[in-house]
Design a protein around this ligand. Structure first.
Ligand SMILES: Nc1nc2c(ncn2[C@@H]2O[C@H](COP(=O)(O)OP(=O)(O)O)[C@@H](O)[C@H]2O)c(=O)[nH]1
Ligand SMILES: [Mg+2]
Length: 208
């Protein structure tokens, strides 16, 4: 892929939002990570920003249903920059139906209506085909105005050949749904994929 790449200069956790009214109102571009619980959202976010443990990993899945905002690349005065947003995971079996409904309400609305959203990263485990919930999310995203790309996580658990065939299988599956989306293999563990992810960000958003 051509083009430069976003350089992370600084990142700071600034807020958790549990309702629409709690979302930031400063108009900065937002890049959001969405996917099922345990897929590796927080780990990938930490890897992409080059920090070991800023985003909390492996907290009780489904427990914290908040959107977590990380202000990135603001200047010395605190102006400019963008947000990385760690969204609550979906599809955890122990989450009550009412909580799941709340997830759909808030996150479904967020990924389709949030004007500040520059791109959505839909994370899928590289070892498994998309779940029903993943397909529901793809349906939501395709109906909205925001660009979205698929990041396959935990690629270190697969050999190089398996990685390639997983991508090919997923592309086929997507084609059957009428979708032609970028698919990026990533590993937070082995630090794979960040440059490609930031190139997509540069291509799809105004973020620098
Ligand atoms: N092997 C491997 N494990 C990972 C990777 N990313 C996350 N994990 C593990 O998967 C689990 C869930 O990760 P986490 O980032 O908390 O997922 P989240 O619930 O989507 O935020 C943790 O045990 C991580 O150590 C990866 O790239 N490779
Ligand atoms: Mg997490």
């Amino acid at each position: 892929m051509a083009g430069g790449s976003v350089k992370i200069r600084n990142v700071e956790f600034v807020r958790s939002a549990g309702t629409w009214a709690q979302l930031p109102e400063d108009g900065r571009v937002e890049l959001a990570f969405v996917g099922r619980s345990n897929v590796g959202k927080s780990s990938l976010l930490n890897y992409l920003i080059g920090r070991k443990a800023l985003a909390r990993t492996s907290n009780t899945p489904g427990k914290t249903a908040t959107l977590n905002f990380y202000l990135t690349n603001a200047n010395e005065r605190g102006d400019g920059g963008f947000y990385l947003v760690d969204l609550p995971g979906y599809g955890y079996a122990k989450v009550a139906k009412t909580q799941r409904a709340k997830w759909v309400q808030l996150i479904g609305r967020y990924v389709t209506e949030r004007e500040e959203l520059g791109v959505v990263f839909h994370l899928i485990d590289s070892r498994h085909p998309p779940t029903t919930l993943d397909e529901e999310l793809l349906d939501l995203l395709r109906g909205g105005p925001v660009p979205y790309i698929i990041l396959l996580t935990k690629a270190d658990k697969l050999g190089k050949n398996q990685q390639r065939s997983r991508v090919a299988q997923l592309k086929k599956r997507l084609a059957k749904m009428g979708l032609d989306l970028p698919v990026v293999l990533t590993s937070a563990e082995k630090k794979q994929g960040a440059a490609e992810v930031w190139q997509w960000v540069e291509l799809l958003t105004s973020v620098k």
